[in-house]
Design a protein around this ligand. Structure first.
Ligand code: PLP
Length: 318
C-alpha cells in the first residue's frame, strides 16, 4: 500500500510504498472520534495486450479535494494523487486479473489521523491507497438489480455531506440495505429528505431512467454523490444520440420508465429488473437488447482498451 502524511497547513511529504498491514493510529485521532475521513474507489484494468490502465483518475483526485474542503482536511494535489495511484497499481501489477476476468480495486483513503481531543479537525492528515483484486461481480445481460424504495430512512439531507465521499455516509445506510436484503432485494433507492417524493441514488451507485429517447438522472444538488461513471455515461449517452436530462425525478416517473439502470465503479452500468415502492412492484426490460447494455458496452470498451479512447479518459501505466 501507499502512504503519505501531511501536517495541516503544510505540504505532503514524499509518500512511500509499504507492505499491506495494520496502521498505528492515536485513539484520539479525528477520524476515529469524529469521522473525519474520505474514501475513493477505482479500478485497474488489464487490456488484451496485457498492459494495465486506469480510468479518469483526475476525477477521483478532484472529488477527494472537494470532500477535503468540506471536512477541513488537506488532500493531495491531483498530481500527487495520480502519482500515488500509479505507484500502487504498478507495485501490485501481478494482482491485476487477466483481461475480462476482473480488475484490481484501489481504495484511496484520506483521514484526519492527528490527535485532537476537543471536537475539531485533526492537525495531521494521512493519505493512503490499498488494493485488492476483484472479479466481475455484475455482468450485464445476466445480472440485474431488484431494488426497493426506502421510505423510512434517508441517506442525505440538504446542506449535509451526501455530495462528498465521506466515510460517515456509509454506516448509516447499513440498516436500510440489511432490511432490503432480508426481504430479497439487492439494494435500496433513497428518496430526497425534503419531500420524500424524488429518487436520489442507491447505497453506493447512481441511478438513471430511460423513457423513449430520454435518459434522466437526479441532478447534483449536494445530496447525491457526483459519480464518475454517471458523468461518463451522460456523455456517452449524448454521443449515442439520446437526450439526457439532469433534474428532480419523481417516483412516478421511475415507476413509468422503460428502463432503469445503476452506475458506479463497482456495478459499472447494471440494469434494474424491478423496483418495489410500498406495495407496488414494477418490472423493467433487462438483457442484451437494452439501452443499458449498449451504454455499458461502450463504457467498458473504453475502460478495457477494446475501443479507442477518443476522450482521453484512460491512463496507461506500462
Ligand atoms: C453513494 C454513491 N453513489 C454513487 C457512486 C458511484 O460513483 P462512481 O461512479 O464514481 O464510482 C458511489 C461509488 O463510488 C457511491 O458510493
Amino acid at each position: 500500500m501507499f502512504i503519505m502524511k501531511c501536517p495541516v497547513g503544510d505540504k505532503y511529504s514524499e509518500g512511500h510504498l509499504v507492505p499491506y498491514g495494520n496502521l498505528e493510529i492515536s485513539p484520539s485521532s479525528s477520524v476515529l472520534n469524529y469521522g473525519q475521513g474520505l474514501f475513493e474507489g477505482m479500478k485497474v484494468y488489464r487490456r488484451e495486450d496485457d498492459r494495465i490502465m486506469i480510468f479518469r483518475p483526475e476525477e477521483n483526485a478532484r472529488r477527494m479535494q472537494m470532500g477535503a474542503e468540506r471536512l477541513l482536511m488537506q488532500a493531495p494535489t491531483t498530481e500527487q494523487f495520480i502519482d500515488a495511484v500509479k505507484k500502487t497499481a504498478l507495485a501490485n501489477e501481478r494482482w491485476v486479473p487477466p483481461h475480462g476476468t476482473g480488475t484490481l480495486y484501489l481504495r484511496p483513503l484520506l483521514m484526519g489521523s492527528g490527535a485532537v481531543l476537543g471536537i475539531g479537525p485533526a492537525p495531521e492528515c494521512t493519505f493512503l491507497i490499498f488494493a485488492s483484486p476483484i472479479g466481475n461481480s455484475y455482468k450485464s445481460g445476466i445480472d440485474a438489480f431488484n431494488l426497493s424504495i426506502e421510505t423510512k430512512l434517508h441517506r442525505a439531507s440538504p446542506g449535509g455531506t451526501g455530495g462528498i465521499k465521506s466515510i460517515t455516509n456509509y454506516a448509516p445506510v447499513f440498516e436500510s440495505v440489511k432490511r432490503a436484503k432480508a426481504a430479497g432485494f439487492d439494494d435500496v433507492l433513497f428518496l430526497d429528505e425534503e419531500t420524500g417524493k424524488h429518487i436520489e441514488e442507491a447505497s453506493s451507485c447512481n441511478v438513471f431512467i430511460l423513457k423513449g429517447n430520454v435518459i434522466s438522472t437526479p441532478a447534483i444538488l449536494g445530496t447525491i454523490l457526483p459519480g464518475i461513471t454517471r458523468k461518463s455515461i451522460l456523455e456517452i449517452a449524448q454521443d449515442c444520440g439520446y437526450e439526457v436530462e439532469e433534474g428532480r425525478i419523481p417516483v412516478e416517473d421511475v415507476l413509468a420508465a422503460d428502463e432503469v439502470f445503476c452506475t458506479g465503479t463497482a456495478v459499472v452500468v447494471t440494469s434494474v429488473a424491478s423496483i418495489t415502492y410500498k406495495e407496488q412492484r414494477v418490472e423493467y426490460k433487462t438483457g442484451e437488447n437494452t439501452v443499458c447494455h449498449k451504454l455499458r458496452t461502450a463504457l467498458t470498451g473504453i475502460q478495457t482498451g477494446l475501443v479507442e479512447d477518443k476522450k482521453g479518459w484512460t491512463v496507461h501505466l506500462n
